[in-house]
Design a protein around this ligand. Structure first.
Ligand code: FMN
Length: 352
């Protein structure tokens, strides 16, 4: 049984204020490279119309050398609120990229200071900025100067267990002009392993005045409420929990606003969503979209008899109609086997 304390409920009923920009939801969809394109965000937004969403991270140096904006930076004019996330270590290129992000429609510009991937950190971007706080500060100052939308930062708690520097780092970001910080409660060395250490998010919240968003291991309404209760954070950001499950942000938002738990989608509803996702990715990106859709479809195909077999087939799809047929046949099978219309209340989907 999930419940919200009255204090928390009162706080969460207020909009999230990112400087002068107000967001009517305390639940955010994180940036996920290779996932949170315009198509995915449209699905998430159907269930969470008020939530802040993020593009995949965009390389500012890359942007400096190209005329045309990359597809990952594309924003639908109707999708708000939206943040474009940038990564790099060069303040000048990031400032230039931020101007382009605002021209594309970004309500806020987010700087990635948490990515653990070698390719990014060896060039001075992502979480390596935790080890170069002066550079991170210079980045925030220069980007703030360049644009008139709020500049925000997403980071981790430190480089490794010996260097948990987030308290000093977060304060520096605030002093440099960041208007919100999202803290993923893991070190860079942890990657995505072990538990997110929400206790550090609580400590960051104690030392900052700008909003602090808790991130890491928000896989359910229950986890979101626990994180908000334990950290005092101003909101939560969902990440891996949304893979194959674009319903999560909306489920949490609905609970925070009403105190009601929504019934989880049935396997059939999830497969219908997979179908729509595949079709839309194909329309948006052609064959490349179909290849990208493989992983999404395997994430959706969970929690019913025959799911493993279906995942194996979906992971090899290279033609849109082949994928649609596989999904249609799986839906028919579920209907024939009496999976309609609803799941038992305690059914849960283990995602990721
Ligand atoms: C596939 C994948 C792609 C990601 N891409 C980004 C990204 O582009 N920018 C970013 O700031 N974080 C990125 N992250 C990190 C997530 O936003 C989030 O901080 C992390 O997964 C922790 O949350 P979780 O434990 O709920 O998954 C990515 C994570 C995954 C698994």
């Amino acid at each position: 049984m999930v419940t919200l304390s009255p204090n928390l409920q009162a706080k969460l009923s207020q909009p999230l204020k990112i400087d002068s920009f107000e967001v009517k939801s305390r639940v955010l969809q994180s940036p996920l490279s290779g996932v949170t394109d315009l198509v995915f965000r449209r699905l998430v937004r159907r269930y969470a119309p008020d939530s802040m969403m993020y593009t995949e991270m965009v390389n500012a140096t890359g942007l400096h050398y190209v005329k045309q904006l990359p597809k990952i930076m594309e924003v639908d004019p109707n999708e708000r609120p939206i943040s474009i996330q940038l990564f790099d270590c060069r303040p000048d290129f990031l400032a230039e990229a931020a101007v382009k992000a605002v021209a594309e429609g970004a309500d806020t510009v987010d700087i990635n200071m948490g990515c653990p991937v070698n390719k990014i950190t060896k060039n001075g971007g992502g979480s390596s900025l935790l080890r170069q706080p002066e550079v991170a500060e210079a980045i925030v100052r220069e980007v703030v100067q360049a644009v008139d939308v709020p500049v925000t930062v997403k980071t981790r708690i430190g480089w490794n267990d010996q260097e948990i520097t987030i308290l000093d780092f977060a304060k520096r970001m605030e002093d440099a002009g960041a208007k919100m910080i999202t803290v993923h409660g893991r070190t860079r060395a942890q990657g995505y392993n072990g538990n997110a250490r929400w206790e550090w998010i609580a400590r960051v919240k104690e030392v900052l005045s700008i909003p602090v968003i808790g991130n890491g291991d928000i896989f359910s309404v229950e986890a979101a409420v626990k994180c908000l209760e334990q950290t005092g954070a101003d909101g939560v950001m969902c990440s891996r929990g949304t893979l194959g499950y674009p319903f999560l942000v909306g489920e949490i938002d609905h609970f925070l606003k009403t105190g009601e738990l929504l019934a989880p989608p049935t396997p059939i509803q999830r497969l219908e969503c997979a179908r729509e996702h595949l079709q839309a990715l194909w329309e948006y990106k052609g064959d490349r979209g179909v290849r990208q859709a493989r992983k999404h479809m395997t994430w959706y195909a969970k929690g019913f008899v025959g799911a493993a077999d279906l995942r194996g087939k979906l992971s090899l799809v290279d033609d849109v109609n082949q994928g649609l047929d596989l999904i249609d046949r799986a839906i028919e099978n579920l209907v024939q086997n009496g999976y309609e219309p609803e799941l038992e209340a305690d059914s849960s989907f283990a995602l990721v």
